[in-house]
Every structure is written in structure tokens, then in C-alpha cells.
Design a protein around this ligand. Sequence first.
Ligand code: ADP
Ligand code: ADP
Ligand code: MG
Length: 495
Amino acid sequence: MIEKVLIANRGEIALRVIKTCKALGIKTVAVYSDEDYNSLHVKKADDAYHIGEAAPAKSYLNQQKILDVMLSSGADAVHPGYGFLSENDDFANLCEKNKINFIGPSSKSMNLCGDKMECKDAMLKAKVPTVPGSPGLVKDVEEAIKIANEIGYPVLLKSVFGGGGRGIRLVTNDKELTDGFKSVTDESISAVGKSAIIVEKFLEKTRHIEYQMARDKHGNAVHIFERECSIQRRNQKLIEQTPSPIVDQETRDRIGDLVVKASEAVDYTNLGTAEFLRADNGEFYFIEINARLQVEHPITELVSGLDLVKLQIDIANGEPLPFKQSDLKMNGYAIECRINAEDTFLDFAPSTGPVPEVTIPAGPSVRCDTYLYSGCTVSPFYDSLMAKLCTWGQTFEESRTRMLNALNDFYIEGVETSIPLYKTILKSEEYKRGELTTDFLKRFDMIEKLKKDLKTEKIEKSEAAVAAAILHSEYFQSRVQSSTQDNSIWKNKII
Ligand code: ADP
Ligand code: ADP
Ligand code: MG
């Protein structure tokens, strides 16, 4: 049985894993880079080991260093979080060889899932529909052009090793394809050191709908419903919700059955996600399996009542799933907003630096997974995700309203955030009506709407921002100094 888990990650997901371990009485080991001396995950874990310089290649991606820490700290298991080494089958294999329990699928299954083409092949064999495209890897530009003309533009060029929206290019003619082929190759090589490209039909007006799946080491598998993740920028999710407004119970069950088949087709164990695109005509097409805990897992937790990290640990311990498909019931509506440190008006460029003051929202059915605290720093070396704000409601409207209020209460000083954009989206009629497609931002001119909202100040100044502004005003500072003598003055004035 797992007794000590090393978390090979940082940020909010490291904290998320530590929470469950604490609840289960499992000891935790954190690792950290030069950049993360003062990070919360280092303080919250039972032990923490420095593993190198800020650049991921020198720390969070350094397999040998992390293995050394596992062996010297006495950790018997590793949780990889998402990103970094989480989908690296060499690392999973290294853990297997050293008898460290890797909390995730086997290296063999991960290897299959990590290659979008091989995984699609396995799905075709299992009769799970996939997006039409090249029958295999395309070896050069000439072959890609030939296939693109056969299936018809627009097409996507995809690195089979891509992730997080990277390594994908939409091209509409031979010339764009020629340029795109090179940029996808370069991007993939710089991210993962290798490249292999497939061509896929670009499906227009699609929704990204994915299913949480769980399969134990005895072959029992379930799906834990869908998540709609259509609101994206640069092919990466911004806002997710469950249930999807377009999925009825019949569809949920039908696609859910396919998901169970998909997990069997790649002999998947532990938790994973099967991603689909839903075309305008209602057809679902499999795109990939994410062989790890998903960023947006909290919304599934909110509607299922499960602790998915606990489920991961139980499965890694070899326990059978504690429920059958028919035991799982979906309750209510949940939404997640990924609070990124980025400037919406600078094409979502990262915004980094010190965060002197933070107010984290709370309230009934409000959950915020974050590494932020007043005085922390948002590092330029890592992902821009600072917090995941989730709300639950008995109705969609209740969840949406709670989200708007929570966004309004969220105050982050020092960096640009995606919060203003989310307020505009959550208030829009299109969002309320559930008209979700992966081009939502462009289709409904959300950035223009945000500009207008900011001008007409339709977005109320957040209460938390006002409170923080008062706290930082010179008035307050001067009163704090004198308050030791007479605090009745500022009590009267501020409260
Ligand atoms: P999810 O698939 O969990 O919904 P993302 O697609 O945003 O979320 O991926 C999760 C995170 O994993 C990203 O924010 C990114 O940091 C990281 N990531 C995933 N794949 C890659 C990759 N190929 N290269 C670099 N980072 C990646
Ligand atoms: P990643 O590994 O980066 O997550 P995915 O293959 O899951 O890559 O695709 C990410 C996003 O790109 C999808 O959510 C969708 O918005 C878009 N996308 C991917 N494939 C297609 C396609 N064939 N047609 C239209 N959009 C696509
Ligand atoms: Mg994906």
C-alpha cells in the first residue's frame, strides 16, 4: 500500500495532490526548482527537495534527479500531476523498473496513448469513430499536400506528440500547408525533441466534449460523465462545464459505452480522459486520450461527489473500482474558469511578476484550487495557470451566477488575468444559451465585447479590488500607524 508519495510537479496541481494525501494519512514529498523556494507546495508537503534550476529541463523534467529523490526520500509512489513528466512513458517505465508505484497508466499503455496516430488506430480497431484524416504519419510535405487535397481543405496538421494546444496548425491551401509543416515540425521538436505529423480534416463549428474514464487493474471500467470544454484560445481550454448543454442522457450513455471500449482498446489503467469533437451534425469523433489527471477534473468531482485523486491512489494500490456504472449519478451543474496570468489584449501573452495582494473567493459551492498567496510570484518559466475557480449549482443558472460573483470577488494584484474576459463571457447571451463551439471567442467577438464592457464599466469593479485599494491607500497606512493610539478614528471612517 502506498505510504509516501512524491509529487513530481508544482503549482496548484501539486497542492491538489497533497490535499488528498493528507486526508488519507499518506506522507508527501515535494520537489522544487530555484524558482520555487517560496512556493506553497514546498511548505505544505512533509518533505521538500531542491532539484535544480528554474528551466523545466533542469528540474521538473529531470527524470534522473527526481528518481534520486524518490529513492533517497523513501517515497514508494509518484504522482506526476499534469504537464511535465505526466505523459512521459520513459519516466513511467523508469519508475516501474525501480519498483516505484507510478500513479497513472502503465508505461506501455501511456506510450500508445501518447502517439495520436497509434491511438487513433487502436480506436478504429475498437470501432470508436475518429476524425477523418491521413491513414498514418505523413512523411513529407508532398505526401501531406496529396492527402489534404483528397480529404479537402481546410485541414489540420498535428504533431502526434503535441499537447496543451501546441503542435497544431490550421491550413487552407497548399502554400499554407508547406509553411505549416515546417512550423509544426519545429514546435514539436523544440517541445519534445521529436516530430511526426498527421493530417486531419478540420471540423468546423465543433464542440470539444470529453469523458472522464476510470479503469482498475482488474479490467473494470466506467466513465464518470462528460465535460464540455469548447471555450478555448489557441486550441487550449479556458472555461469548462459539466454536464454539457448538448448531451442528453441517451448520448451520455452511448458515448460513455464507447469510452469504456476505448479504455479497453489501449489496456488503460487508472484515470484518464477520452477527448472527442462533436460535429455540427451531432456525430462524435475521438481525438485523443489524455493519460493523466486532467486540469479540469474538479468539475467532475463537484457533480459526482468523488475525490478523483483518491480514486487514482486506490487504483494504483490495486483496489477494484468501488462502484459500477449504474451507481454513478450526476448531480447538479459545475463550471470551471482557468484563471491565467495573461493579457487578453496582447494575444493572451503571459503576464508575470510579483503578486503583492490576493483575495481568494469563497462561499457556498465555490472551490478555488490555486498556488496564489499574498506576496507570491508568478514565474515566467512555467504555465500561466494560477488558479482554477469552480462553482457548483443545483441549476446551470445557479452555478453561472455563483461563478460571476466569485470572479468579482477574485482580486489578484500585479499581473494581468483572464478574469475580465470571463466576466464578459459568463454574462453573454451566447454562453447562457449554451451556443458553445471551439471558435466561441472569435465567433461572438468576445474580445470586442470585453472592450465595450470595460468602457461602459458594465463589469462592476470587484468588491475585493475596492477593499484592497482601501487597504493600500495612504489613508489606511497613516491610520495604521496612529491606530495603536486611537483606533476609533479609522474604525468610524472605513467600516
Ligand atoms: P487538459 O488537457 O488537462 O485539459 P491542457 O491541454 O491545457 O489541459 O494541458 C495541461 C497542461 O499540460 C498544459 O497547461 C501544459 O502546461 C501541459 N502540457 C501538455 N502537453 C504539453 C506538451 N506537449 N508540451 C508542453 N506542455 C504540455
Ligand atoms: P492537444 O493534444 O493539444 O490537446 P487535441 O488533438 O486534443 O490536441 O486538440 C486540441 C484542440 O484543437 C481541440 O479541443 C479542438 O479545439 C482543436 N482540434 C483538434 N483537432 C481538430 C479537428 N480535427 N478539427 C477541428 N478542431 C480540432
Ligand atoms: Mg487534447
